[in-house]
Write a protein that binds this ligand. Sequence first.
Ligand SMILES: NC(=O)c1ccc[n+]([C@@H]2O[C@H](COP(=O)([O-])OP(=O)(O)OC[C@H]3O[C@@H](n4cnc5c(N)ncnc54)[C@H](O)[C@@H]3O)[C@@H](O)[C@H]2O)c1
Length: 381
Amino acid sequence: MGTDNDFVSYSGDTGNIQHIWHTVTVPLGADTYDIVIGPGLLTDLAQDLKSSLAAPRYLIITDSNVEDYLGVDLVRLLRQSGAGVDLLSFKAGEESKNMGTIVELASKMVDLGADRQTAVLALGGGVVGDMAGFLASIYMRGVPLVQIPTTLLAQVDSSVGGKTGVDLPEGKNLLGTFYQPVRVYADIGVLATLPRAEIRNGLAEVVKYGMIQSREFFDFLEEKWRDIVSLEPNVTARIVFNSCSIKAGVVSADEREGDLRRILNFGHTLGHAVEAAAHYQIPHGEAVSMGMVVVSRISAAKGLMPRRDLERLCGLLDRLQLPGRIPAELRAEELMDLLRHDKKARSGRPHFILSKGIGQILITDDVSREELAAAIEASRA
Ligand SMILES: NC(=O)c1ccc[n+]([C@@H]2O[C@H](COP(=O)([O-])OP(=O)(O)OC[C@H]3O[C@@H](n4cnc5c(N)ncnc54)[C@H](O)[C@@H]3O)[C@@H](O)[C@H]2O)c1
């Protein structure tokens, strides 16, 4: 599996500064689109949008933080290029990701006279991407969507693949659609203002891609971990590119989350249980990191994964400041009960994405409570 994407570059040639960009194509038939990756994209975005999407008008949807960091500038740049543009923002944070905010935004879109030719630009992290994507998919039965992810997690994960949605009081992402963007712009320069904890959330996903599909990429992460931590531009572009290529390959083979797309949940099923047991006081990336270690321990105990690969995973996570140990206060019994209620558990029996070694996975529901409990206990702080 994989895509034909290579780390080839072309230059943004619309400004005075030459920026090196890379493109990943997500091949989905009529819905095929490109992810453009590189520093300084936002400066050239107005020109590129004009040539790739003939929308008479743009509506930027963003959150209250990103509005200040980037939203105001983007409005100015788009207006300078002659485009009609409005901006709507909502309070930053997962608490805003609900139907109430969607209805408020939709009403404001009506007030602004947004019609079916208005393209929605989702400028922000995964919360903005999921919400703006959902709104674009249902507003007047669908308007064009452009993703402009501004967190590492959104650049390597949530902006790719077309999943949109909002939370319900009963659980996360329970309402949503599959809706592909027409283009994605991942400007790695915008990561400079992102808090460290948010960078770590994205890095957990980056390690996951190596684990599920590419030993070569994992080797690269091990070799370049210092540049990764310091967000060196070329290395950052490379990790976003490789992550998007791997996700693009998976979603193009399985757009609607059949069996293949489930490999993207490596470490996540357990990670969700960790987050819930800790009342969401443990950040998502840290929980995923712990989850990857536990399922890898199960894999090693079953003789599927070489012990050396488990050590390499723990070593890399540690260098990237991601935890591999589960805090003592999270009881194994509670984690296992939460796993049974995960929405992705089929017929009440949790599925596990195990590792057959770095770069190879195996999906199975053949994991006993005893094996799971032993792996959790072996991962204690
Ligand atoms: N659709 C999918 O496939 C998918 C996949 C994974 C996660 N998600 C969703 O993504 C969401 C999490 O996304 P996230 O981690 O990006 O969180 P987020 O969108 O809440 O962003 C994190 C914080 O960073 C701020 N921020 C964003 N860009 C910034 C920048 N450049 N500089 C400074 N601050 C910035 C935001 O305002 C926010 O406070 C969750 O709701 C999750 O369900 C969706």
